[in-house]
Write a protein that binds this ligand. Structure first.
Ligand code: AMP
Length: 292
C-alpha cells in the first residue's frame, strides 16, 4: 500500500513530502537505485531564477529535490516573514513542469520542534560587513537551516544562486568547515530584460518603483565598466551611489569586494572583484551584485 503522506493530490507529477522520515525514505530508495541527488533550497514563490537552479541541478544529478521553506530564523522581527509570498501548490506545479522530482515542504515545527536550541554561528564571509551589518542574525539562520537540509537530504550537489552572493560564500565556507560531502553548485543571476534581478520580493514594488528598480543593476554595470576602464574604485562607487540615490533608493551598502573572500579591496588588480549592493525602494529591500 502506498503511504498517503507521499501523495500529492493536486500538484501534477511532483510529490510533496512534509516530514524528514518520508523525505529520507524516498531518497534512500533513489540512492539504492544508483541515482545522484541534487537539492535546490528555496523559500518558494518561484520565478525563473529558481527555475534556472533546477536546470543547473539537472546537469549535476538524476533526481532533483526542491525544499520550500520560509525559514523564520533568517528573518529579524522587523522583517517580512509574515508577509513573505507563499504559493506552495503553484510552486510544486512549476517545479514539476521543469522536471523536478520531489518537493520537501516541512512545517515550521518540523524544522524547529519544541525545545530547539542549537544555532550555528558562521564567521568569515558571514561577518564581511555587508548583509550581516544590516541583518545581524540573518546568516546564523541561513547556516543553520542549510546545515539541517544538507543533513536531512545528504544530496550529492546543492544549487545556490549568485543572486544572494554573500549567502553563497557563507554556504561554501560552511560546507568546507563542517566537512559536508555535498558539492555546492553556483548558478548565475537571472534578470528581467531591463536588468532587474528576479526576486520573490519584486512583487512588493509599486508600478512606479518597478519602473525605477532596474537602475540598481544599471548603476552596478556602469560602475564595473568604469573600473575596468581604469577609473578609481572609490570614485566609481561614489558615482554609482549617487545614481542609485537619484532613482529614489536608500542605499544600505554599495561596495567592491574580493569575489572569493569578500574582503574589502580598492583596486581591480587585487581582485577578482565583485560589486555588491543592497538598497531600499519604498518598503522593498533589493540586493544585487556583479563581477568586475
Ligand atoms: P530564495 O527563495 O529567495 O531563498 O532563493 C532560493 C535560491 O534561489 C537562492 O539560492 C537564491 O540565490 C536563488 N535565486 C533567487 N533569485 C535568483 C535569481 N534572480 N537568479 C538566480 N538565482 C536566484
Amino acid at each position: 500500500m502506498r503511504d498517503p503522506a507521499l501523495e500529492t493530490p493536486d500538484a501534477g507529477a511532483v510529490q510533496i513530502v512534509r516530514n524528514v522520515e518520508d523525505l529520507r525514505a524516498r531518497l534512500a530508495a533513489w540512492r539504492l537505485g544508483g541515482a545522484r541527488i541534487a537539492l535546490v533550497p528555496t523559500m518558494g514563490a518561484l520565478h525563473a531564477g529558481h527555475m534556472s537552479l533546477v536546470t543547473a541541478a539537472r546537469e549535476n544529478a538524476d533526481k532533483i529535490v526542491m525544499s520550500i521553506f520560509v525559514n523564520p530564523t533568517q528573518f529579524a522581527p522587523t522583517e517580512d516573514f509574515a508577509a513573505y509570498p507563499r504559493s506552495l501548490e503553484a510552486d510544486a506545479e512549476k517545479f514539476a513542469s521543469a522536471g523536478g522530482d520531489l518537493v520537501f515542504a516541512p512545517a515550521t515545527e518540523t524544522m524547529y520542534p519544541e525545545g530547539f536550541a542549537t544555532m550555528l554561528a558562521p564567521g568569515g564571509p558571514a561577518e564581511a560587513g555587508l548583509e550581516d551589518k544590516f541583518r545581524p542574525t540573518h546568516f546564523a539562520g541561513v547556516a543553520t537551516i542549510v546545515a539541517k537540509l544538507l543533513v536531512q537530504c545528504r544530496p550529492d550537489a546543492a544549487v545556490f544562486g549568485e543572486k544572494d552572493y554573500q549567502q553563497l560564500m557563507v554556504v561554501e565556507r560552511l560546507v568546507r568547515d563542517l566537512d559536508f560531502e555535498t558539492r555546492i553548485v553556483a548558478a548565475p543571476i537571472v534578470r528581467e530584460p531591463d536588468g532587474l534581478a528576479l526576486s520573490s520580493r519584486n512583487v512588493y514594488l509599486s508600478a512606479d518603483e518597478r519602473a525605477r528598480a532596474p537602475r540598481l543593476h544599471a548603476a552596478l554595470a556602469r560602475c564595473a565598466e568604469e573600473i575596468r576602464k581604469g577609473r578609481a574604485v572609490v570614485a566609481a562607487l561614489k558615482s554609482a551611489k549617487a545614481f542609485v540615490g537619484t532613482a529614489g533608493f536608500v542605499t544600505d551598502y554599495l561596495e567592491a569586494r574580493h569575489a572569493e573572500t569578500l574582503a574589502a579591496i580598492d583596486s581591480a588588480a587585487d581582485g577578482p572583484m565583485r560589486l555588491l549592493v543592497a538598497a531600499r525602494l519604498g518598503r522593498t529591500r533589493l540586493i544585487d551584485n556583479l563581477p568586475v
